[in-house]
Design a protein around this ligand. Structure first.
Ligand code: DX5
Ligand code: ZN
Length: 245
């Protein structure tokens, strides 16, 4: 079982996790793509699970996550864009998910249907299934207030910087305020950002306080993947230290 520690480096260096999204890889050559992105410096492998209900797109399920886990050496960061995360937690845990993230919008809260489970129950169900790190994701139009009471029982907050469903969308800078607010409030878990991250937007995320950075098209579409991941890591470290990227 791989560990989910951040990239190597001296203790004083800020924690930075570069998590390429496999959504942009060549799925016909998935094993080779996993090996390629790991050898180019990925810290986590971000896996986007979409159910065609919560988001208007369908991707993959537990059997493919299991196939990825068989060849992966790095932790799988599984982002569930699905309506019923609790129902499938055991399957994703058994398939090899290390980080498992559900969306805030599918948990009970103000204005939601009564049958949605409380977030605490979802997180506890994930842990009971054997998940090491539990994440909660926020759509761009979901306010931070919705998850503030949940921060004590999650390891990661995923601040979406596009509406989930597709790779290659444009970064929404207005969501950076949520990342800043999380850190200003003293949140010390991972703050992950996902959607439209590239050489110009990724340092903005890190400067705001994000330490887990997901990029799909910017990494798999790069002419030199290794150099791109190295540049993203360096820019993120510099931005997190308060330097200019
Ligand atoms: C979007 C997914 C993202 C996506 C990011 O719904 O959650 O992980 O793969 O792709 P890029 O980096 O191309 O925006
Ligand atoms: Zn994602």
């Amino acid at each position: 079982m791989p560990s989910a520690t951040s990239s190597t480096g001296a203790d004083r260096e800020p924690r930075v996790v570069i998590a390429p999204s496999l959504l942009s890889c060549d799925f016909a050559r998935i094993a080779a793509e996993v090996e390629r992105v790991e050898s180019c410096g990925a810290d986590w492998l971000h896996v986007d699970v979409m159910d065609g209900h919560f988001v208007p797109n369908l991707t993959l399920g537990p059997p493919l996550v299991e196939a990825i886990a068989k060849v992966a050496k790095k932790p799988l960061d599984v982002h569930l864009m699905i309506e019923e995360p609790l129902r499938y937690a055991k399957q994703y845990a058994a398939a090899g998910a290390h980080v498992l993230t559900f969306h805030a919008e599918v948990a009970e809260g103000p204005g939601t249907a009564w049958k949605r489970p409380p977030a605490r129950e979802i997180a506890a169900g994930f842990r009971a299934a054997g998940i090491a790190q539990v994440g909660v994701a926020l759509n761009p139009d979901t306010p931070l207030a919705r998850i503030e009471p949940w921060l004590e029982f999650v390891d990661l907050v995923l601040v979406m910087s596009v509406f989930p469903g597709f790779g290659g969308q444009k970064f929404m800078p207005e969501v950076l305020a949520k990342t800043r607010q999380l850190r200003a409030g003293g949140y010390r878990g991972y703050v992950e950002m996902d959607g439209g991250l590239n050489a110009s937007t990724l340092p903005q995320c890190a400067a705001a306080g994000a330490d887990a950075l997901v990029a799909g098209s910017a990494i798999f579409g790069a002419p030199d993947m290794r150099a791109t991941i190295a540049a993203f890591r360096a820019a993120a470290r510099s931005a997190r230290s308060g330097g200019s990227a």
